[in-house]
Write a protein of this length. Structure first.
Ligand code: GDP
Ligand code: IMO
Ligand code: MG
Length: 427
């Protein structure tokens, strides 16, 4: 099967960008199908570091078509800034295609995101404030503006003015904020639309045609399974479906087109923003992981919450995504720990929970049940094969496979392309 889906198995920031960049050398098309510039995918090529948000991570490979699919919410300002940054670094953006059906993120979405978070007070979700939730709200409410209308000034202006008027009422009357200036925004966004128009296409057709020609398609998930609107720790989630099923809608291909589903999994666990996290280590071990893994958000710079690997989460993620293999990332970060722990279940009162529960009330009272394995002190960053890894690191990987029932086909021992161990064919 020539279609590979890359999904985050945890709460995002698992290293998806690195794997997509690595695999895109063999891909013809890379597609983003959900989320927006709330994503931050870091890719290291040689001594250069790229932080991609809306643009697919395949952009750094010359021969790949890079698609922003219909399921994405598209921020024109963010997009233009990102392409300008890439051009400055000498990266060609000619391969980019943007879906005519994608919804547009406007300044009122960002403003409402910010104001509604403030209004939630202690119950805030901890969003990236990129306007993602409010933009998907408009889409579902059927008042959103799509790219196909955005790029036609005479269609766009009346739609946009109507929305600004409605949103200004929300901003001023519900939140007591400052209204947005419609005239200035119409002019600014028409100028953006002019620059964006050449990238616009029926991207479902682009992907379909590629598949028909037997080409290889890589579907790039953003966020992670535990941030999925249905499967994640609701309401502490994002507003899209970062799971494999989300791609059939978000990129316009049939479910029978999906072959391999790669679950990108950190060798430990992190999360940014609020919400339950059973294996969180709010102590010096967590601090040590944060420092070694440089666990600070790409988009917001926030310190990421850190904890041990949770196989209740990964097993659940494997189930709801139909995961066929795991890419185990940042294994090098665990070097130097005398022992490493894996969570195998939750203790909830007298009960033992093995399947990730829906209720945050229950989750909040769960204690992790750990299995402890001996750690390793050897530097992994130069290991090129599985056999070259220290025995205790191999044991750790094999234990994860046994606990999750999913083979680990990729092991990552550093941020660079070369620091990637391939154990099995992906395409
Ligand atoms: P994404 O959102 O899933 O693409 O992940 P991020 O890019 O937000 O965060 C992952 C971070 O880990 C990035 O800074 C990567 O450069 C880095 N990274 C990826 N793989 C490895 C690895 O195996 N070891 C180390 N030390 N860093 C890695
Ligand atoms: P990548 O693709 C980690 C989190 C936010 C917040 C919640 C909702 O880099 O893995 P939103 O702005 O989406 O409404 O915020 O989701 N979040 C992420 N966390 N990685 C991401 O993307 C994220 N995108 C959103 O921190 O908790
Ligand atoms: Mg990230």
């Amino acid at each position: 099967m020539s279609t590979v889906v890359i999904v985050g198995a945890q709460w995002g920031d698992e290293g998806k960008g690195k794997v997509i960049d690595y695999l895109s050398k063999d891909a013809d098309v890379v597609v983003r199908g959900q989320g927006g510039n709330n994503a931050g995918h870091t890719v290291v090529v040689g001594d250069k570091k790229y932080a991609l948000q809306l643009i697919p991570s395949g952009i750094l490979n010359d021969n790949t078509i890079n698609v922003i699919g219909n399921g994405v919410v598209f921020d024109p300002e963010g997009f233009l800034k990102e392409i300008d940054g890439l051009k400055e670094k000498g990266i060609s953006i000619d391969s980019l295609r943007v879906s005519d059906r994608a919804h547009v993120v406007f300044p009122y979405h960002r403003e409402i995101d910010r104001l509604s978070e403030e209004a939630r007070g202690a119950d805030m979700i901890g969003t990236t404030k990129k306007g993602i939730g409010p933009s998907y709200m408009d889409k579902v409410e059927r008042s959103g503006i799509r790219i196909c209308d955005f790029i036609e000034p005479e269609v766009f202006e009346p739609l946009f003015r109507k929305q600004i008027e409605a949103k200004n009422r929300i901003i001023t009357q519900i939140y007591g904020g400052e209204p947005l200036n419609a005239d200035a925004l119409v002019e600014q966004y028409n100028a953006y639309a002019k620059r964006i128009k050449p990238f616009v296409a029926d991207t479902s057709l682009v992907v379909f045609s590629a598949l028909k020609e037997g080409k290889k398609v890589l579907l790039e998930g953003a966020q992670g399974t535990m941030l999925d609107l249905d499967y994640g720790t609701y309401p502490y989630v994002t507003s899209s479906h970062p799971t494999s099923g989300g791609f059939t809608i978000g990129s316009g291909i049939g479910p029978n087109q999906i072959g391999e589903v790669v679950g990108i999994t950190k060798a430990y666990t992190t999360r940014v923003g609020k919400g339950p996290f059973v294996t969180e280590l709010d102590n010096e071990i967590g601090d040590r992981i944060r420092t070694a893994g440089r666990e600070f958000g790409t988009v917001t710079g926030r310190p990421r919450r850190c904890g041990w690997l949770d196989t209740v989460v990964v097993k659940y993620s494997a189930r709801v995504n139909g995961m066929t293999c795991i890419a185990l990332m940042l294994l090098d970060v665990l070097t130097g720990f005398e022992e490493v722990k894996i969570c195998t279940g939750y203790k909830y009162g007298d009960e033992i929970i093995e399947n990730f529960p829906a209720s945050l009330h229950i989750l909040g009272k769960c204690e992790p049940i750990y299995e402890t394995l001996p750690g390793w002190s050897e530097d992994l960053s130069e290991c090129e094969t599985f056999d070259a890894l220290p025995q205790n690191a191999k044991n750790y990987i094999e234990r994860i496979e046994a606990l999750t029932g999913v083979p680990v086909k990729i092991v990552s021992v550093g941020p660079k392309r070369s620091q990637t161990i391939i154990r099995g064919e992906i395409y």
